[in-house]
Ligand binder design. Structure first.
Ligand code: DAH
Length: 339
């Protein structure tokens, strides 16, 4: 028995582990529940009384040596990693870098801006807090005009002459006041209306306004420009213009693009007609030109306005407009670019 103990002591003294796995194996072999030490301790009762003292001492010594070996390896290993410095092991594979995503509204807005920039439109912007003149009066919507009711307005409590703009048409006014024709500009931005929030409408959304003023601009130019645009964005120039009314354009029209009726979603989105309404447009009313300091005898022009959110929902087949402003990462991450 004592011989056997001595043999183990010699083995432990010789053991030089190569790696952490070998140390773990060693630990289990000696110190594990069913390991060598447990067995030797269990044998203690079978040792003849006159050998018990020596056996006990050697057994404790073996236990200590085992613990020392393991400790020794551990401190050597941590010394090594300390030597690598703050950068750690430079050969390790890197952490994946999460890619940001472009919000669907920005993405669609950028596409529209790019399409119009190709035919000479620049980008202009105006304030979201607007006065009565720029949002309504200059656009042929004087006080008490019934069409004001079409746009449920958030007025500023402190001053009813100020409001959150209800459309980006206000930027038309600002642009014409500060620039003389030829004018070719589009104005993207956020607008606000006091509407109940639902899957289909929100109290704020985004529009892009377009304005083209020059000599001899005609309705045919408007139609051709819009056909070019729908072809670039939706892949079709099949559009129709339905007569409509806006106080700031005469004549006015609403534009539908032919979306198709191939899938069930197409049926739902187009209410079974295949046509989608995408914008309002018309020839700028001479009265509006006059209000903004442009001579209607000399110049004419067209304007149009479309909602970005609705187009983003269509192009990405998103069913609820509220998702666009909830900042839910599970939604936003789906728009990460794929490589
Ligand atoms: N401002 C209109 C709206 O918010 C959209 C619009 C219609 C803009 C016709 C225009 C236009 O420039 O000519 O509903």
């Amino acid at each position: 028995m004592l011989d056997q103990l001595q043999k183990h002591l010699d083995q432990v003294a010789e053991f030089t582990p190569e790696n952490a796995a070998a140390v773990e194996e060693f630990r289990i072999q000696y110190l594990g529940k069913k390991g060598v030490l447990a067995a030797l301790f269990a044998d203690f009762k079978n040792i003849p009384n006159d050998q018990k003292k020596e056996y006990g001492q050697k057994l404790n010594e073996l236990k200590e040596r085992c613990a020392e070996k393991i400790e020794g390896f551990k401190s050597q290993a941590s010394g090594q990693s300390a030597k690598l410095g703050s950068l750690g092991d430079l050969t390790r594979p890197g952490y994946p870098l999460p890619m940001g995503a472009i919000h669907p509204i920005s993405e669609v807005k950028n596409r529209i801006v790019e399409i119009f920039s190709r035919i000479g439109f620049n980008v202009s912007e105006g304030p979201e807090m607007e006065d009565d003149w720029h949002n309504f009066t200059a656009l042929n919507l004087p006080e008490y005009h019934p069409a004001r009711d079409m746009q449920d307005t958030f007025f500023l409590q402190t001053d009813p002459d100020w409001m959150l703009r209800t459309h980006t048409s206000s930027v038309q006014v600002r642009y014409m006041e500060t620039h003389q024709p030829p004018i070719r500009t589009i104005s993207p931005g956020r607008v606000y209306r006091n509407e109940a929030i639902s899957a289909r409408s929100h109290c704020f959304f985004h529009q892009i306004e377009g304005l083209y003023i020059d000599k001899n601009v005609s309705f045919a130019d408007l139609k051709q420009t819009l056909a070019y645009f729908t072809n670039a964005l939706f892949g079709t120039s099949k559009i129709r213009m339905r007569p409509s009314y806006f106080p700031f354009t005469e004549p006015s029209a609403e534009v539908d693009v032919y979306w198709g009726l191939e899938t069930e979603t197409d049926y739902k989105m187009t209410k079974g007609t295949g046509w989608l309404e995408i914008m309002g447009c018309g020839m700028v009313d001479p009265e509006v030109l006059k209000n903004c300091g442009i001579d209607p005898e000399e110049y004419s022009g067209f304007a149009f306005g479309m909602g970005i959110d609705r187009i983003a929902l269509l192009l990405h087949q998103i069913s609820d407009i509220r998702l666009l402003s909830e900042n839910d990462l599970r939604f936003l991450e789906q728009f990460q670019p794929r490589f």
